[in-house]
Design a binder for this molecule. Structure first.
Ligand code: ADP
Ligand code: MG
Length: 280
């Protein structure tokens, strides 16, 4: 089951090699939210990390530590209070044009059909409506939502809606994928299927991925590197390379070395969660 078909109906655009060099660098990036009537909130402490071109990196950390804030800044939704975000060595303010972004909530438009929701991303980028819709439909049919193309989001389960939102994101021909807990609302089985599907898609074009999750096993299974964020104000406190050969099968998650990594990351997050609890 490959997303990139051999036929002409290629659903997710394969990026040309020369276009696909996209490295993300954060240098001393920090964020303070203006509290309005209350005190300002420092969400992110000065943070440095790099995601190499074509690398799959996950961020894990306790709830409220600033993960979504980091992703929002990389996406260019707002700027850091301090520091710099570089794409391929250049500090670009228009980062949105490099990034396909999936928000923590699925954000499907309730009045649009599922087909039209999945088509929306590329439609906004200028793909003619009819073409966008048929690409969306091919993708939906291939990945188990063929019976729902004419339904509205409210008629689908939470898991199906998340799947549709992820399809919309993947369909965007952007070199950087930013995914904020895309499988958060899924049951364990659907979640495992979606992880394998995402890896399959990613193996096709090796886009640069920054992935947020609170599921440590998911992070390790998917990633080349896992970054652990400290309690708020968050910064990267631990970096764990995952040297498991690809393509990966689910079996790797039961190996001793995988479980050692898992323990190390869990311990690190646990320490941070305890800190976060004692501060609130
Ligand atoms: P995470 O994704 O790790 O759960 P967030 O990045 O969503 O954490 O939030 C980090 C901190 O910043 C939290 O304390 C949150 O309340 C605060 N925060 C997030 N967005 C805003 C905002 N727009 N205005 C004010 N505070 C915010
Ligand atoms: Mg979040």
């Amino acid at each position: 089951m490959s997303l990139i078909a051999t036929a002409e109906d290629v659903a997710v655009p394969r990026l040309a090699a020369e276009e696909s060099v996209h490295r993300i660098e954060l240098r001393a990036v920090a964020k303070v939210f203006d509290g309005g009537d209350t005190d300002p909130v420092q969400a992110v402490a000065p943070t440095d990390f790099t995601v190499a071109s074509g690398e799959f990196v996950s961020i894990v950390g306790p709830s409220g530590c600033g993960k979504s804030t980091v992703l929002n800044m990389v996406a260019g939704l707002f700027d850091p209070t301090a520091g710099e975000i570089r794409i391929n060595g250049t500090a670009v303010s228009d980062r949105r044009s490099f990034c396909a972004y999936m928000f923590q909530r699925d954000l499907l438009l309730p009045w649009r059909t599922i087909r039209d929701n999945v088509a929306l991303g590329i439609e906004i980028l200028g793909t003619p409506k009819g073409v966008a819709r048929s690409k969306a439909e091919v993708l939906l049919r291939r990945f188990g939502l063929g019976a729902f193309v004419d339904k509205r989001p409210a008629q689908l389960s939470g898991g199906m809606r998340q799947r549709a939102a992820l399809m919309r994101t993947l369909l965007c021909p952007r070199e950087i994928l930013l995914l904020d807990e895309p499988f958060g609302a899924l049951d364990a089985l659907t979640r495992a299927n979606m992880q394998e599907w995402l890896l399959e898609v990613w193996e096709q074009d090796h886009r640069t991925v920054l992935f947020i999750t609170h599921d440590v096993e998911e992070a390790l299974f998917l990633s080349d590197r896992v970054l652990v964020m400290s309690a708020r104000p968050g910064s990267i406190k631990l970096e764990v390379p995952v040297r498991v050969p690809r393509p990966r099968s689910r079996k790797v998650t039961t190996s001793e070395s995988f479980n050692k990594l898992k323990e190390k990351v869990l311990e690190s997050i646990h320490d941070e969660s305890v800190k976060a609890m004692s501060e609130t």
